[in-house]
Structure formats: structure tokens, C-alpha cells
Design a protein around this ligand. Structure first.
Ligand SMILES: Cc1ncc(COP(=O)(O)O)c(C=O)c1O
Length: 362
């Protein structure tokens, strides 16, 4: 099948680029001597997860128990739910899952941890947990100066085993320059390593020191003492990574194929991909628009649900029926909006990839 025969809008994944990105990150982790545990939230597909393991990843990260269930059912045997999981209902699902996979989950409070402990303790089992540390993103996680106290409380719970500490330096997405990203990456690694050491000094064993985001991966994984890295977006990259200076446009694997459905004015063209296809996520660190039109300077300036409005720059023209490829701002949310991705090499469509863990938000 060739691209011209594909109905739009469609999400295309350039398999050559995915394979290159997967191999490059795997090599980077090998050189740094850390385990790569890619975050599967980006692709949510069994096929790309297998590609990552084949390249040397030592397991996958996921964000939700439901995602872990999908990957465990597909035979993935080492999974980390990199999210503070709370609730006995989740605990019961994790207990069932722990028969099928080596499992760990995030915790960021003794109160949350106790809800999982109750289930595993009653079953005479232990669940591995990693304590989330806030290294500056200020989303979830224990501040470093409260980590020893939290680790001490959690380590008294008989149904849990504190495997390590983890963090995500999401604030790197707001950095103003590549140097700013590098600084955040280095401090992500060093704050986490120091925090792990303080917990060890208090007599608690810490085996895993897990960092991870695509912008900071190369910097954070090089800090001595880091044992694991969990980048996700790198498999696809997107306009935000380009704008942060993390990669070049040719390193972006995921694009949206769209059709121009209307050219109502010389400065306006409309494609059949709106927020339901591209998502409304902004360009990071900050910037206008909702995606680049490949090969053109004009951008998607605004979106409604089924319409993407291109602000046509002087000298550029679009015609009704023309097909364009759009590089979205944020690839992870695009795959979550679609049941399938189309794997392509050049103009040839190799086949469909089911977004198997899509929508597993519980
Ligand atoms: C906890 C956690 N780890 C790892 C990642 C992967 O980061 P990135 O998408 O920048 O590769 C994320 C992304 O949101 C995350 O929330």
C-alpha cells in the first residue's frame, strides 16, 4: 500500500526513524552503564515495546496499572508503574499482575503506600516500590529534605519493599536553551543520587536510582550513581523536542497525514486534523501554533475539534484536496488519541500498529 491511498487524517510512524531513535538511546544507556527502561506512555504499542527490549532495554515503564496489564498480557515481564499509585482497588489489580511480571510501582507518601501495603500484606506478599522525589518539577514527589523520613515510614510496611527512588525532571520542558536543559538534567541526576545516599546512610537499602525524561536523559544518566533511565518521547520525538534543541526535524518519526479541505482565503487553509487528532498541547518551551506543516513555513495557527487552521504565509499556497504532513507539538498525546498508527517506510505503508494500551487510564 502506498501513502496516497491512505484515508486522512492518519497518524504515520516512520519506522526507519523509530528504529534509529531506539538504537541511539539504547547505545547511550549502554555507554553510561545504566539500565534503559523506556516509558511506553509515548507509543502504548506492543510492537514498539518489543523493539525497545530487543535493542537492550531492561523492561518498560508505564503510567497506569491498566497499561501494565496490557503489556503483561502481551508477555512483558518487567514493568514499573512510574506514578504514585494509590488505593486498595489498584492494589488488588497489582497483586494479580505480580503473578505474571516483575513489578514495581511509584509511591510518594506513606499514606498512599499504606493502601498498597494493606493488600499485599494480607496476601502474605511484597510489592516493590520506588519513592518519588521532586527534583524541581513541583508536580508530585517528596522534597529531597523529607525523603529520609518518608523512606523510613515506607520501609516499616511489611507488604512493601523499597526498591529505590525515582524522579522525572519535567521542568526541562520549560528550559530556555539546550544549556538550560543540560543543567536541569545534571541536577536531576545529582539530587537523586545524593538523596539515595542519605536514605542509605539512615540504614535503608536503595538499589535503584531512576531518572528520566527525553530532554534530560543524556545528561542525567551520565551522573555516577544513577542506575536507570526512563525516557519515553524519544521513540517519536516531536515539534517540542525540536524547539528545545533536543533533536533535529529528521529525528521525528510521528507525523499526521491530513487533507486540505478548505481554502477560504489567501491567508487561510484548513485541514481535516483538529484537536481530536493533534491534541491541544502547546509547543514547548513556549511558542505559537499547533504543529509544523512539513516542507512549508506556514503553521497550524489554531484548532477546533475537527479543523486545523493554517495561517498561510505570503508566497505559500495550498489547494483543496492537497495532502500535507504535520509534525505535532507533542507526540505522546497524539498516539493516545488514535486506535492505530500506520508504520511507513518512505512512501510505502508497512502495516498498522494497534495502540493497544490506549485509553487504559485506570
Ligand atoms: C514519571 C515519568 N517518567 C518518565 C517520563 C518520560 O519522559 P519524556 O516523555 O520526556 O521522555 C514521563 C513523562 O511524562 C514521566 O511522567
Amino acid at each position: 500500500m502506498i501513502l496516497d491511498s491512505i484515508e486522512t487524517p492518519a497518524v504515520l510512524v516512520d519506522l526507519d526513524v523509530v528504529e534509529r531513535n531506539v538504537a541511539a538511546m539504547a547505545e547511550r544507556a549502554r555507554r553510561a552503564g545504566v539500565r534503559l527502561r523506556p516509558h511506553a506512555k509515548t507509543h502504548k504499542t506492543v510492537e514498539i515495546g518489543r523493539l525497545q527490549l530487543a535493542a537492550g532495554a531492561g523492561g518498560l515503564s508505564v503510567a497506569k496499572v491498566g497499561e501494565a496489564e496490557v503489556f503483561a498480557a502481551a508477555g512483558f515481564q518487567d514493568l514499573f508503574v512510574a506514578y504514585p499509585v494509590v488505593g486498595e482497588d489498584k492494589g488488588r489489580r497489582l497483586l494479580a499482575l505480580s503473578d505474571r511480571a516483575r513489578l514495581a510501582v511509584g509511591v510518594d507518601s506513606p499514606d498512599g503506600a499504606r493502601t498498597l501495603d494493606a493488600v499485599f500484606r494480607a496476601a502474605g506478599r511484597r510489592l516493590d516500590v520506588l519513592l518519588k522525589i521532586d527534583v524541581g518539577f513541583h508536580r508530585v514527589g517528596v522534597p529531597p529534605d523529607q525523603a529520609v523520613q518518608a523512606a523510613q515510614s515506607i520501609s516499616t510496611l511489611a507488604g512493601l519493599r523499597l526498591r529505590g527512588v525515582f524522579t522525572h525532571a519535567g521542568h526541562a520542558y520549560l528550559a530556555k536553551s539546550p544549556d538550560g536543559v543540560a543543567d536541569i538534567g545534571r541536577s536531576e541526576g545529582s539530587i537523586l543520587v545524593e538523596t539515595a545516599q542519605r536514605i542509605r546512610d539512615a540504614g535503608i537499602e536503595i538499589e535503584e536510582v531512576s531518572v528520566g525524561s527525553t530532554p534530560t536523559a543524556r545528561h542525567a544518566m551520565s551522573v555516577p550513581g544513577v542506575t536507570e533511565c526512563r525516557p519515553g518521547n524519544y521513540v517519536f520525538h516531536d515539534a517540542s523536542q525540536v524547539s528545545l534543541g533536543v533533536c533535529a526535524p529528521e529525528d521525528c518519526a510521528l507525523t499526521v497525514l491530513a487533507t486540505v479541505v478548505s481554502v477560504p482565503a489567501a491567508d487561510r487553509a484548513v485541514v481535516d486534523a483538529g484537536s481530536k487528532t493533534l491534541s491541544s498541547d502547546p509547543l514547548r518551551p513556549s511558542g505559537p501554533g499547533h504543529g509544523f506543516v512539513l516542507g512549508r513555513r506556514s503553521r497550524i495557527a489554531r484548532l477546533s475539534e475537527e479543523h486545523g487552521v493554517i495561517e498561510v504565509l505570503p508566497g505559500e499556497g495550498f489547494r483543496v484536496g492537497e495532502r500535507v504532513r504535520i509534525l505535532p507539538n507533542h507526540a505522546c498525546v497524539v498516539s493516545n488519541l488514535h486506535d492505530r498508527l500506520l508504520g511507513v517506510r518512505g512512501d510505502r505503508v508497512e502495516g498498522e500498529i494497534a495502540v493497544a494500551a490506549r485509553g487504559r487510564v485506570q
